[in-house]
Design a protein around this ligand. Structure first.
Ligand code: AMP
Length: 286
């Protein structure tokens, strides 16, 4: 496939392109990203290509979902490389707006989603999901796709967006794509680039611990005991623990006792200066 890809930077240009497709009766899928693309992102683009006639990808490192002490400035950016990867997949359009275009002077609107935004990452990053919900609302209204695709890597984010789209009657179908992992189990993330060689060697223990915990829960271990054991294993492996929790896979409500509903184990840890998040489904008992 050609190494060239069409890139637009303004909402007007985006609407013109997408409007043309829709007028021709073609369906459109949008994959929102912050760039520094890896196989996890690319799997979502392939899903978009399968589910719609046209696939658009947005690349925007959204300042409002980072707290002042977080890594907005250091976040990896390589749009030229991203565009090559997207062109190779036959992506139809890249939307790469500037910060000023997304947030002009005087911008003062915020979308807040209750319930599923609370707890987990919402507890340790209190402004994060407000920033995510606001920018995703803007992207959805700017593009007006039929389908929007998000990764289960950020499972709470996926649930926040599903709830927001439902609550605000945004006319888009939200689809989740499965987590893409390295061979050793580490979930692909743009932030893995921050890990030193020693940290990278430790990092797979995170997912392994979540998977062990999920397996114990699936054979009937009490959640309190399984989580206690998991937290201790993470600390022993060298992670600073943010949280390790068991939640209902749809509502994200906490689960206590034995698992009898669709459930996932959610974790966030800090390794050196890098915050890692991951989640694993509790296998259903046969
Ligand atoms: P980001 O660029 O980190 O904002 O991610 C853009 C989209 O890619 C989000 O919907 C993420 O959930 C998704 N994503 C990131 N990493 C992965 C992964 N390892 N597997 C599947 N999806 C991912």
């Amino acid at each position: 496939m050609s190494g060239r890809i069409s890139t637009v930077k303004t909402v007007g240009q985006l609407r013109k392109r997408v409007g043309g497709w829709r007028a021709a009766g073609e369906t459109v899928a949008l994959v929102p990203t912050m760039g520094a693309l890896h196989e996890g992102h690319l799997s979502l683009v392939r899903l978009a290509k399968r589910r719609a006639a046209r696939a658009a990808v947005s690349i925007f490192v959204n300042p409002t979902q980072f707290a002042p002490n977080e890594d907005f400035a250091a976040y990896p950016r390589d749009t030229a490389r991203d565009r090559k990867l997207l062109a190779a997949l036959g992506t139809d359009l890249v939307f790469a707006p500037s910060g000023d275009h997304m947030y002009p002077d005087g911008f003062s609107t915020q979308v807040e989603v209750g319930d599923v935004s609370e707890g987990l990452c919402g507890a340790s990053r209190p402004h994060h999901f407000g920033g995510v919900a606001t920018v995703v609302t803007k992207l959805l209204l700017q593009c007006l796709p039929d389908i929007a695709i998000f990764g289960e890597k950020d499972y709470q984010q996926l649930m926040v967006i599903k709830r927001m789209v439902r609550d605000l009657d945004i006319p888009v179908k939200v689809i989740g794509g499965p987590i893409v992992r390295e061979a050793d189990g580490l979930a692909l993330s743009s932030r893995n680039a921050y890990l030193s060689a020693a940290e990278r060697a430790t990092a797979p223990r995170f997912q392994q611990t979540l998977a062990e915990c999920a397996k114990r829960l699936s054979v009937g271990e009490d959640s309190k005991a399984a989580l206690r054991r998991g937290r201790a294993a993470l600390r022993r492996a060298g992670f600073a623990l943010d949280y390790l929790e068991l939640r209902n896979a749809q509502t994200l409500a906490p689960i206590s006792g034995k698992v009898s509903e669709p459930a996932r184990v959610f974790g966030a840890v800090i390794l050196g200066r890098t915050r890692l998040i991951d989640n694993v489904a509790v296998p259903r008992r046969r």
